[in-house]
Design a protein around this ligand. Structure first.
Ligand SMILES: CC(C)(COP(=O)(O)OP(=O)(O)OC[C@H]1O[C@@H](n2cnc3c(N)ncnc32)[C@H](O)[C@@H]1OP(=O)(O)O)[C@@H](O)C(=O)NCCC(=O)NCCS
Length: 154
């Protein structure tokens, strides 16, 4: 069964494994492998941060994806990753729709922003399919990135 819910402390290891997935590291803006003690510190900080909404998507109780929104005034920056087992299976658009419903319910944010490596064509296609539009290009950590946005309210 498919479920979306806020991330809890018990998800720490599953989120670690998802974040360290080679495909996820490769497209991330920092591609170094993460060690568990750094992850633990980061995880606790993110859970305590009131400007971050962090959701887990589970399928039959297994972590299938994570979605994080970092709130900055009227903009929420999104980070999304689907675990390898569930990638390419067509869940990703439902996940986006459900995460947006939760973002709308819990904040007054107007726009979602995605920062994606220019070389990450799979993810760029995905955001276009979800209705995002290209706003500008930017070099971040010396990496060419695209900035895409999606308006959730006027
Ligand atoms: C980006 C991501 C969330 C998409 O989820 P997914 O399960 O792979 O995507 P789906 O199979 O549901 O496909 C959704 C759309 O993505 C695009 N897509 C999927 N696989 C693709 C591929 N191999 N090549 C190019 N585009 C692809 C297509 O546009 C597809 O729509 P379509 O099926 O109507 O053609 C997932 O691949 C992922 O977690 N990637 C690693 C992390 C990441 O890149 N996150 C985004 C940066 S924040």
């Amino acid at each position: 069964m498919y479920k979306i819910r806020p991330v809890e402390h018990k998800d720490c290891l599953d989120i670690f494994n998802l974040s360290n997935d080679p495909a996820v590291r490769k497209i991330s803006l920092s591609d170094k492998e993460i060690n568990y003690s750094d992850h633990l510190k980061w995880f606790e900080k993110v859970l305590a941060d009131r400007n971050i909404l962090f959701y887990a998507i589970t399928i039959d109780e297994k972590l299938a994806a994570q979605v994080r929104f970092k709130l900055m005034e009227n903009i929420a920056e999104i980070s999304i990753s689907v675990s390898e087992t569930f990638r390419g299976a067509g869940y990703s658009r439902t996940i986006m729709e459900d995460a947006i419903i939760l973002l709308k319910e819990n904040t007054a944010v107007k726009t979602i922003r995605a920062v994606v490596r220019k070389s990450n064509s799979r993810s760029i296609n995905y955001f276009y399919k979800c209705g995002y539009t290209l706003k500008f290009e930017q070099k971040l950590n010396d990496i060419d990135c695209l900035i895409l946005e999606y308006k959730i309210r006027g």
